[in-house]
Each structure stands twice: as structure tokens, then as C-alpha cells.
Design a protein around this ligand. Structure first.
Ligand code: THU
Length: 136
């Protein structure tokens, strides 16, 4: 199993922990950090719907809390139907902006059932207060 497949497998496993009683749409994410550590996350919903947080942000914020530098991310929307548009598997815009803050522009994002993209392809011309922060 190569790096991407291993990270996707970790993302699918993380989706098992999703707290998603409202959407019943389980999402898992796994992040490989510069030291090789893999940190995972799942979506966590709330009865006050707007408080819901996506799997990608849970994983990335967990990296920050552990003092780790995220390098590569995999996401799996395990409940997306085979015949559904690919858009139902893509990371949302808010998560892309958080990736932009915490990952290098060259970071690779593996999207289960879609393909792998560089972060800069997912969020071209991202908002930043400090354009020198991210490496090219
Ligand atoms: N969700 C994620 O976890 N990641 C995304 O990038 C898109 C959406 C979650 C949020 C919510 O719990 C469910 O999927 C349905 O929108």
C-alpha cells in the first residue's frame, strides 16, 4: 500500500467515528505530518446546525494542538453514492481556507473516489494576510 492509499484508508476508518445524526453523512480525514505522524478527524455535528465542524478541520486542528506540521491530507466521504456528482466528495470551501493557513501550497490533498490535487489547485488566489507565509 503506497502513502496515498494508506492515508485514504486512515480517512475511511476515521469516518466510523463521525457524529452525524442530522445528515447521516460520515466523513473522515487523515493528515500526514512532517514527522510522519498520521492524525485523523471526523465530522462532528450539533443540534445547532451551524456549529458543525468538518472532518478535515477536526484533523488539522488536532495537528496544531499536538504541535505537528500538516503535510498531506486525505478525505473520504464514505456515504457519497457511486452515481452522485464528484462535488459530493470534495472538501468544502471553509476547509480549503483552513488548509491554506496550515499547510504548504504544494500540499497534496487526496480525495477518495475523485483524485489527488495540490492545495493551490483547490484554492487558487486564496485570501491571506501574509502572502509570504506559505512556501510555493
Ligand atoms: N462535511 C465534512 O466533514 N467535510 C467537508 O468538506 C464537507 C462536509 C460534513 C459536514 C456535515 O457534517 C456533513 O458533511 C454534511 O454536510
Amino acid at each position: 500500500m503506497n502513502n496515498a492509499e494508506a492515508l485514504l484508508a486512515a480517512a475511511r476508518k476515521a469516518a466510523d467515528q463521525a457524529h452525524c445524526p442530522y445528515s447521516n453523512f460520515h466523513v473522515g480525514a487523515a493528515v500526514r505530518c512532517t514527522d510522519g505522524t498520521v492524525v485523523s478527524g471526523c465530522n462532528v455535528e450539533n443540534a445547532s446546525y451551524g456549529l458543525t465542524i468538518c472532518a478535515e478541520r477536526v484533523a488539522l486542528f488536532n495537528c496544531v494542538a499536538q504541535g505537528l506540521q500538516p503535510l498531506e491530507l486525505a478525505v473520504s466521504c464514505v456515504d457519497a453514492q457511486n452515481n452522485a456528482p464528484l462535488a459530493s466528495r470534495m472538501p468544502c470551501g471553509a476547509c480549503r481556507q483552513v488548509m491554506q493557513e496550515l499547510m504548504p501550497n504544494s500540499a497534496i490533498i487526496h480525495i477518495d473516489g475523485v483524485d489527488s490535487r495540490r492545495l493551490k489547485e483547490l484554492l487558487p488566489d486564496a485570501f491571506s494576510l501574509d502572502s509570504a507565509k506559505n512556501a510555493p
